[in-house]
Write a protein that binds this ligand. Sequence first.
Ligand SMILES: [Zn+2]
Length: 262
Amino acid sequence: MIEKRLNIASKYSWPPRPAQYLLRVDDLCPTVDAEKWRSLAALIAEFDIDPLLAIVPDNRDPDLIQSKPDPAFWDQMRAMAARGATIGLHGYRHLCQSRNGGILVLAPYTEFAGVPEEMQRQWIAHGLDILRAQGLNPAVWVAPRHGFDAATLRALRSCGIGAISDGFARLPHTRDGLLFIPQQLWAGIRKNSGLWTICLHPNTMSDDDLAALRGFLRQHAARFTSFERVAAEFRGTTLSPVERLRAAATWLRQLAKKLFEF
Ligand SMILES: [Zn+2]
């Protein structure tokens, strides 16, 4: 499965050129908007993409209750994982009640940032237990609303999760003992170089969003890689000072944009 995209060289130059993309789907749980998720899942299958499926283990967020619980949801997650999807732990209950934006401060309230470390560790451990009891093997942390702090990173390490999908660098890198695979885009945008994670929220995708994604996949599907592959090829690399500056500048631009939304 990993080798199926033979047109991507097995070793990357830095940054990868032409650009490569990852697809991440957030807020998955049995009550995800059934119709929109069906449409998005059909595109993922049609273009043979290996996505990161960010699953809320025990959703309690009313915003994520858009359809009746789908009895086939967990079967579908298992089937997609068997075909090459990576499973992400998307928080625990998705209740963003902590008034703390964490390291990235992209939202005023988050689920994890600012919560006592032992509680964060318990939430992560419970979330992992729930997903594992469903026969899934979560490998990547996806923080609700980008909210994580130093305690989250320690808790993740102690629970055996070694990778995070977040941040604004153009390249995966190691930081605080964890592999960071940046997530910089919320729609398909053509890039010349670098590794770009496109984060999608099926609950709020419009028909236009789906059509735009289809157009992007038509042109660029061959340039999509998988988290598994990226993790295997990039582990151990730290960001150069230039890349750190670039990432900080992108983060500041994003922060400025968000400040107008608060
Ligand atoms: Zn979320």
